[in-house]
Design a binder for this molecule. Structure first.
Ligand SMILES: *[C@@H]1O[C@H](CO)[C@@H](O)[C@H](O)[C@H]1NC(C)=O
Ligand SMILES: *[C@@H]1O[C@H](CO)[C@@H](O)[C@H](O)[C@H]1NC(C)=O
Ligand SMILES: *[C@@H]1O[C@H](CO)[C@@H](O)[C@H](O)[C@H]1NC(C)=O
Length: 449
């Protein structure tokens, strides 16, 4: 499916629950048949259509059209699917409170875990799993067995969600060993991971309440790191190249939770999963980019670069930053003949350069690369990620990077060593370093003349 995030396209939801702030009549939303903006924290009556206007980023509501009232599901466009979930407009205030609470929870949870459970074996094979996430749905032959007896993927997904709910319920009714429970949950998540790579399956999963019933609680509150990571993976699969799913996940503020995990986690594999999900949610979604990166998102990506974790994870983080900068550049360069001037306008407002600067990105990368000479010498593939990342962000950080003799020494040493190698790939990376060095230092020396 062509990635085409139509800005006029809207998300419709049916409100099942009234949550008017009872005694404050003034704040109650008066609905008409026209779309109207809902103010921050404003209560709205039950039974309205609600959408996020992707142009303004504001929530809007109107009365249901009579033929829509039955909650018909005949609309082909999934954006018109009527969702039965309870929809909560969270006021700014409660959102902030909630965030603070979650943040505390997560770090508490991490601190309270016994040391051993945090350091589950982290092998190269595990890292490969991220790459396998991209395997195509059709390749999953063994998975076909699972599908026997079900008419459609949709039925299968519904069954998996039910099974997941049963497992959680059983917990209260009769004792079930927590290992059995966790293994069942992991198995269900594994199956969902395969299924939701398909766009329609992902939307079905969301429509059936999968975000609220399964993923959100796991991502926000789960203390078992394997379950939490698996849920984050599923989230990444769900949103990867799936604009409609990206919108729904964005609406649940899951981007904020992922940012929180990126800030608080010290576990390389979890950070890697969270970066995958974060990137899937944000890519080509200018409104989400703007909202999430202008708040905790940029800080979260820089935090990964600064913390103690594997260099591979940091390479992923700088690559995501670099990709977003390139994405913005591409959209804006095509502005003149763009069929989507609104997207261009939104990208123009995406002030990632400034947010990176104020999050200490330049200094962090400077310190990081300068201190990683030996690791980078050994790992040309990682060096390539960093060199591309530095090149795409050079215009932001040039004044800082060009002054650091240690950084220059590191880059030149790697370049020379790679040039002496017979390995073709190292030779290519050496060329890229040369280009970077030109950008950083030739300009500088001109200034000094
Ligand atoms: C509602 O707001 C208007 C002005 O904004 C004010 O005159 C009126 O007294 C308010 N009514 C209530 C019930 O608070
Ligand atoms: C869930 O539990 C209900 C009742 O306990 C049962 O009828 C149903 O078959 C179970 N569903 C799954 C998928 O296990
Ligand atoms: C997380 O746990 C808290 C406290 O138990 C609960 O109030 C909250 O709803 C949970 N969040 C999610 C997304 O399940």
């Amino acid at each position: 499916m062509k990635m085409k995030l139509r800005l006029s396209v809207v998300l419709l939801l049916v409100i099942n629950l009234a949550f008017t702030s009872a005694n404050d009549k003034n704040k109650t939303f008066v609905a008409t048949t026209e779309w109207q903006e809902i103010d921050e924290g404003q209560g709205i009556p039950a039974g309205l259509h609600v959408r996020i206007n992707l142009k303004t980023g504001k929530k809007e509501a109107k009365l249901l059209d009579s033929e829509e009232e039955g909650g018909n599901n005949n609309n082909n466009g999934a954006l018109l699917n009527v969702e039965q979930n309870v929809y909560e407009a969270i006021s700014k205030e409660s959102l902030t409170k909630h965030k603070a609470k979650v943040s505390k929870k997560l770090s508490d949870a991490l601190q309270n875990l016994p040391k051993g459970s945090l350091s589950i074996e982290y092998s190269p094979e595990k890292l490969e799993q991220v790459k396998r996430d991209f395997k195509t749905y059709g390749e999953l032959k063994s998975f076909k067995d699972l599908q026997k007896g079900f008419h459609s993927d949709g039925e299968l997904i519904t069954k998996l969600i039910d099974e997941y709910k049963n497992i959680s319920k059983e917990d209260q009714e009769r004792p079930i060993t927590s290992n059995t429970k966790i293994n069942t949950q992991l198995r269900i998540l594994e199956d969902l991971d395969y299924l939701v790579h398909q766009i329609d399956n992902a939307l079905w999963f969301i429509d059936k309440g999968g975000l609220d019933k399964i993923l959100l609680p796991l991502v926000v509150n789960e203390t078992n790191i394997n379950l939490r990571m698996k849920a984050i993976r599923v989230l990444g699969a769900l949103t990867l190249n799936n604009p409609k799913a990206q919108i729904k996940v964005f609406e649940k503020n899951i981007g904020g939770y992922l940012a929180q995990i990126l800030i608080s986690s010290v576990h390389s594999e979890e950070l890697s999963s969270a970066l995958y999900a974060f990137g899937s949610l944000l890519r080509k979604f200018p409104l989400a980019l703007q909202r999430i990166l202008s708040t905790s998102g940029t800080q979260a990506l820089v935090a990964v670069l600064a913390k103690e974790c594997e260099l591979k994870v940091k390479a992923k983080s700088i690559t995501l930053i670099s990709d977003i900068i390139v994405e913005k550049r591409l959209v804006l360069s095509k502005y003149a003949d763009s069929d989507n001037p609104l997207a261009a306008a939104q990208y123009a407002e995406l002030n990632l350069q400034e947010w990176l600067q104020s999050s200490g990105f330049c200094e962090t990368v400077d310190g990081l690369v300068s201190s990683q000479l030996y690791e980078l010498l050994e790992q040309p593939d990682l060096t390539e990620y960093f060199v591309i990342g530095l090149e795409n962000t050079a215009e932001i950080c040039e004044s800082i990077w060009s002054k650091n003799a240690q950084l220059r020494h590191t880059l030149l040493t790697i370049k020379n060593r790679y040039m002496q190698s017979k390995d073709e790939f190292r030779g290519e990376v050496a060329q890229q370093i040369e280009t970077l060095v030109q950008i950083l230092y030739s300009h500088n020396s001109r200034d000094e003349l």
